[in-house]
Design a protein around this ligand. Structure first.
Ligand code: HEM
Length: 454
C-alpha cells in the first residue's frame, strides 16, 4: 500500500486528525505524497491528492472505484437502496433514472421553482434590511436550500418566517447534527453498543423523510399530467413509465433516493451561500464589482435570472472561488476499491476506503498561486488549468448528481442577494473565514449588516 503515518491500535490515525481533519490530511499528503495510506480506526484508507493519479483513477479505472465505502451510518441512511451509498447495478439503474429525469426537468423549466424560492428569500432579507437589525443568515439560507430541493423535487416549501416544524426540516436537522458530529462506531465497530440511542435517532429521522417521500410519490402518481410535469418527481415517474427496465424500479427505493436529495442538497448549498456572504463582506471592493456587473448586465430594477449567467463572468468567478477556498465537502464522499487497484506503483487493496483530497488539491500551492487568498480574478486567466485540482462536486460517473441544481440554486440566490443588498460586518472587523470542520467544512455562525441598495 502507499506510505503513510504509523497507526496505533484501535484508533489507527484518528488521534492525528485533530479539529481540522482536512488540514491534517493535507499535511499528510505533503509528507507522504500523492497517495497516502492512513487508518480511521481499523479502516484502511487511501487519500488521493495527486491530480495525475486522480485522473488515471477516474478515467481509466473508473469501474474499480465506482462504489461507496459504507459505514454503519451510511447503511442506516440508505440500506444500500439509495443513490448516495448503493452499489453496482442497483445504483447504476437509479442513477440513470435520476439523470434522465433531471435532463427532462431542464427542458420543462422546473428550475423556475428555485427562482421563486430565491425571490422569497430576498423578500425576507428586504424586510430585515428595512429594520436595520443585524441578521444571522444561517437559518434562512438553510431554509432556502431545503426549499430549493423540496420545491424543485416535490412542489413543496416552507415559508421563511414560519415557525412551524415542517417534518423534513426537523428530520434533516436531526440527521445533519448526528452525522456532523461524527460517529466513532463507524470506524471502531466494538463501540456500536454504546451508540445505540444515536443510531436509533438517526434511523427514526431518516424513516420520517422516507415516509414523506413515499407519500409524495403516491400523490404525484395520482395527479400526474404528462403534458405538464410540475417538478422533478413528475419527470422521474414519466421516465420510469417509459423505461425498458420498468419492472426493476419500486416505490420504496425511489423514496430512499429522493431522501438523498434532501440529505446531500440541503447543507452543501447553504454552507456555500454562508461562505459567499463572508467573503463578500470581507472584500468590499469585490462585492462592489459584482454589483456593478449585475447592474450592467441585468439592468437596475430587473430580476437576474439564468439567462444572465453567461454574461456575469465576475459573479461566476466569485462563486467558483468560494467553492475552491472553502469547499463544502472537503473529502467528497468516500469511495471503495471494488478490486485490487494498481496505481502509482502501489496497490490499493480491495475493500479499502478511497478519499479524494478535494480541499488539499484546491489549496495546494503547486497548482494555485497564493491558494489561501480569495481571488476571483484567478478564474479569468486563460492559463488557469483546473483539471483535477478543482473538484468540489467530485469526479466521474459517481460525481454529484445534483450539480446542475446546486449551481442554479447558488446563482439565483447569489445574484439577487448581491444586486439587492450590501453586506458588511456589524463592527467593521473581518468575519472569521477559517470555519469549523464537521462532516462538511462549515462557517462559524455570524451576524451581518444587510442594507438595501438604493
Ligand atoms: C454546493 C453544493 C454541493 C456540493 C459541493 C456537492 C458535492 C458532492 C460531492 C463531492 C459528491 C460526491 C461525488 C463523488 O463521489 O465523486 C456528491 C454526491 C451527491 N450529491 Fe452533491 N453536492 C452539492 C449539492 C447537491 C444537491 C443540491 C443535490 C440534490 C439536489 C445533491 C445530491 C447528491 C447526490 C444524490 C449524490 C450522490 C451521487 C451518487 O452517488 O451517485 N448534491 N455531491
Amino acid at each position: 500500500m502507499p506510505p503513510g503515518p504509523f497507526p496505533i491500535p484501535i484508533l489507527g490515525n484518528i488521534h492525528q486528525l485533530g479539529r481540522m481533519p482536512h488540514k491534517s490530511l493535507k499535511a499528510f499528503s505533503e509528507k507522504y505524497g500523492g497517495l497516502t495510506t492512513f487508518f480511521l480506526g481499523s479502516v484502511p484508507s487511501v487519500l488521493v491528492s495527486d491530480p495525475t493519479l486522480l485522473k488515471e483513477l477516474i478515467i481509466y479505472k473508473s469501474e474499480q472505484i465506482i462504489d461507496r465505502y459504507n459505514t454503519d451510518s451510511a447503511q442506516i441512511i440508505g440500506r444500500e437502496k439509495n443513490l448516495l451509498f448503493a452499489k453496482g447495478p442497483f445504483w447504476k439503474k437509479y442513477r440513470k433514472l435520476f439523470t434522465n429525469a433531471m435532463t427532462k426537468a431542464r427542458t420543462h423549466n422546473i428550475a423556475s421553482r428555485i427562482e421563486q424560492q430565491a425571490i422569497a428569500l430576498n423578500n425576507f432579507f428586504g424586510t430585515y434590511a428595512a429594520s436595520g437589525q443585524p441578521l444571522n443568515p444561517h437559518n434562512y439560507i438553510r431554509r432556502y436550500s431545503l426549499n430549493g430541493v423540496i420545491d424543485y423535487s416535490f412542489s413543496d416549501f416552507v415559508e421563511y418566517e414560519s415557525e412551524s416544524d415542517h417534518i423534513v426540516i426537523k428530520a434533516a436537522e436531526i440527521m445533519e447534527e448526528i452525522l456532523a458530529t461524527g460517529n466513532p462506531h463507524d470506524y471502531i465497530p466494538f463501540l456500536k453498543p454504546f451508540y445505540s440511542a444515536k443510531r436509533k435517532a438517526l434511523g427514526d429521522a431518516v424513516g420520517q423523510v422516507w415516509t414523506y417521500c413515499d407519500d409524495a410519490i403516491k400523490l404525484h402518481r395520482q395527479t400526474l399530467n404528462p403534458e405538464k410535469p410540475r417538478d422533478l418527481l413528475d419527470c422521474i415517474l414519466m421516465e420510469w413509465d417509459k423505461s425498458d427496465e420498468k419492472e426493476f424500479y419500486e416505490d420504496e427505493s425511489l423514496a430512499k433516493c429522493l431522501t438523498d436529495l434532501i440529505v446531500a442538497g440541503h447543507e452543501t448549498v447553504a454552507i456555500t451561500l454562508g461562505w459567499l456572504i463572508i467573503f463578500m463582506a470581507n472584500n468590499q471592493d469585490m462585492q462592489e464589482k459584482v454589483y456593478e456587473e449585475l447592474i450592467n448586465v441585468v439592468g437596475k430594477g430587473n430580476l437576474p435570472t439564468l439567462i444572465h449567467r453567461n454574461s456575469t463572468t465576475y459573479l461566476n468567478a466569485v462563486l467558483k472561488e468560494t467553492m475552491r477556498i472553502r469547499t463544502a465537502a472537503p473529502l467528497a464522499l468516500p469511495r471503495c476499491a471494488v478490486e485490487d487497484i494498481q496505481l502509482g506503483g502501489y496497490v490499493i487493496p480491495k475493500g479499502t476506503q478511497v478519499l479524494m483530497a478535494v480541499y488539499g488539491l484546491a489549496m495546494d500551492d503547486k497548482h494555485w498561486e497564493s491558494p489561501e487568498t480569495f481571488n476571483p480574478d484567478r478564474w479569468s486567466k486563460e492559463s488557469s488549468s483546473t483539471d483535477y485540482t478543482y473538484i468540489p462536486f467530485g469526479l466521474g460517473p459517481r460525481m454529484c448528481v445534483g450539480m446542475g441544481v446546486a449551481k442554479d440554486e447558488l446563482y439565483y440566490a447569489a445574484s439577487q442577494m448581491l444586486m439587492n443588498f450590501k453586506w458588511s460586518s456589524t463592527d467593521g472587523k473581518q468575519l472569521d473565514d477559517e470555519g469549523v470542520a464537521r462532516i462538511a467544512l462549515e462557517y462559524k455562525q455570524y451576524n451581518i449588516k444587510v442594507e438595501n441598495r438604493a
